[in-house]
Write a new protein. Structure first.
Length: 432
């Protein structure tokens, strides 16, 4: 009996050895194969996601700050985009990071100027560089480049670099869209562990599922890429395939975020269609930014509101086409005089908002008189007619007040300019 039990134990041990050793080897092989297949599929899908987000981020920045990149200054360098300082405008990257869960950096030349990536203390790692080979490859290619492993600080990322160029076609930097490598690697092990537990059956099933998932994800990624490419070209009528939006995975989340961003950009188009000046919404934002610079220790600024004198009479006498031509001509003159001094916006109808950055009221008043002199001398040819117009301006310098109060004071001065004869600049209403 004892010998029988001992024999059975030996057989059991041999059977266990025969089953367990090959099974463990098979499980290990299945786990490794499953992990690599899963990681490859997820990496392929993520590459498309990162490139799509990069394209939309570039569109976002170019829409909010049209123009070329330029590095200015000697000691404290500042990066300008279309003449606007974006050196500390972290909203450009934070908005994308918050909506997509990805890390976003704007790189000028080989240095991060804006980034959502932080060190252990929570400090953004601005001023850090990128690898020399990355910079070199960006200059050699017209498209973006993807790296499965990029060491940033002490952490590995999957990174997509989207090249940035100025209007002359010259490479000036890149948008870096990153996703941490560790979570993706961890995610890839989960199905591999299921494969280990279920061995061959689950391994076969999982490979089939991974293949189908990869095929499905690739299709969804392609649709997402086509949408972002059309949106980047300015096609506002483009629609994202509903099948992407109804997905319950990361691609569906990215798709919804990209669509929301696209809609927001369409709603936030900041130029007036007729005059090509900033519209009222974007003017409020730009004025608030200038005011915040003053509050944080910057120089003072002046705000003026101008109104075309007797503009209704122009419309009534010559027609709305003539009125539009007057608005365009006046806008061009205002834009010319405000270049590099601040900005001008169409405030509404025939009213314009002029903001003179780093300029006191006397300087602004002198500049406005110069504008007015050119307007007086301008002859606007419409059909066989010559139209001449003047403007009235109210200007103030009260940077300590909030935005609404500043506008109100400028408007009151404009009203006095109108009431006292038009065709003039008023910076202070005389006391009675």
């Amino acid at each position: 009996m004892s010998d029988t039990r001992s024999f059975k134990n030996v057989i059991s041990q041999k059977l266990l050895a025969i089953v367990i050793i090959p099974t463990m080897l098979l499980a290990a092989a299945a786990a490794i194969i499953g992990y690599n297949l899963t990681l490859k599929a997820l990496t392929k899908g993520l590459e498309g996601e990162l490139s799509a987000v990069a394209a939309m981020t570039a569109l976002n920045i170019n829409t909010l700050h049209p123009g070329d990149y330029e590095l200015v200054g000697e000691e404290g360098l500042s990066l300008l985009k279309g003449g606007e300082d974006i050196t500390r405008n972290y909203e450009l990257v934070d908005m994308v990071g918050d909506e997509t869960g990805l890390e976003v950096s704007l790189i000028y030349k080989d240095t991060r100027i804006l980034t959502t990536i932080t060190d252990k203390s929570g400090t953004r790692i601005v001023g850090t560089g990128i690898a020399e080979q990355v910079e070199q490859k960006l200059e050699e290619t017209d498209g973006g480049i993807f790296y499965e492993r990029t060491l940033i600080g002490k952490e590995n990322f999957l990174s997509y670099y989207y090249p940035l160029t100025n209007s002359d076609g010259k490479h000036v930097g890149a948008l870096e869209i990153c996703s941490p490598y560790l979570p993706l690697s961890t995610l890839a092990w989960r199905p591999a562990m299921v494969i280990t537990a279920m061995i061959i059956l689950v391994m076969v099933v999982l490979i089939v599922l991974i293949y189908n998932h990869s095929k499905d994800s690739g299709s969804a990624t392609l649709k997402l890429l086509k949408f972002t490419q059309q949106a980047a070209k300015g096609n506002d009528a483009v629609e994202l395939d509903p099948s992407v939006l109804t997905r319950d995975d990361e691609l569906g989340s990215i798709g919804n975020s990209v669509l929301e961003m696209h809609r927001a950009l369409r709603d936030m188009m900041d130029k007036d269609a007729l005059t090509k000046l900033f519209n009222r919404r974007s003017a409020n934002r730009k004025l608030d930014l200038i005011r915040s610079h003053y509050v944080n220790g910057g120089k003072s600024y002046s705000v003026a509101i101008g109104d075309i004198d007797f503009f209704k009479k122009v419309n009534d006498t010559y027609g709305h086409d003539a009125g539009d031509l007057v608005l365009i001509t006046v806008s061009d003159i205002l834009q010319k005089h405000l270049k590099n001094l601040g900005f001008v916006a169409r405030w509404g109808g025939e009213e314009f908002l002029l903001v003179f950055d780093k300029m006191d009221v006397k300087e602004a008043e002198t500049k406005l008189w110069s504008i007015l002199e050119e307007l007086r001398a301008t002859e606007i040819a419409y059909e066989n007619l010559i139209i001449k117009v003047t403007m009235s301006f109210g200007v103030v310098c009260a940077p300590d007040l909030d935005q609404d109060e500043i506008i109100k004071l400028a408007d009151e001065n404009l009203y006095y300019a109108k009431e006292s004869g038009r065709n003039r600049v008023i910076s202070m209403i005389p006391k009675a």
